[in-house]
Ligand binder design. Structure first.
Ligand SMILES: [Zn+2]
Length: 109
């Protein structure tokens, strides 16, 4: 509610509004919108945050969080992992693929 033309001096000399209302700037100010869409971005790598969490190539339940529906490895900037752990995750996924715990690609059926 920033209608600043509302309290313009009215009735004075009359000079006040030559153009009637001023458009009050381009667009309604306020924060630049653009909320993050979809992904909940973690601030820190979950493996750094939780020391008890270990990356194990046999742990497909864990690893599947780091692949897409199509079986691709989710990039670091999306997964939020640090470089060190992302590499371990990627390596584990590759190993896991070798022993057929994880898919290489998931082709649409
Ligand atoms: Zn980490």
């Amino acid at each position: 509610m920033s209608m600043d033309f509302d309290d313009a001096p009215r009735g004075g000399k009359g000079k006040a509004g030559d153009r009637g209302d001023k458009k009050s700037g381009p667009g309604g100010a306020g924060g630049s919108g653009m909320r993050k869409r979809g992904f909940t971005r973690r601030k820190v790598c979950r493996f750094c945050a939780d020391k008890t969490l270990t990356i194990d190539y046999k742990d497909s339940q864990l690893l599947k969080y780091f692949i897409t529906d199509r079986g691709k490895i989710i990039p670091r900037r999306i997964s939020g992992n640090c470089a060190k752990h992302q590499r371990k995750v990627a390596l584990s996924i590759r190993r896991s693929r070798m022993i057929a715990l994880m898919p290489y690609t998931v082709t649409g059926q």
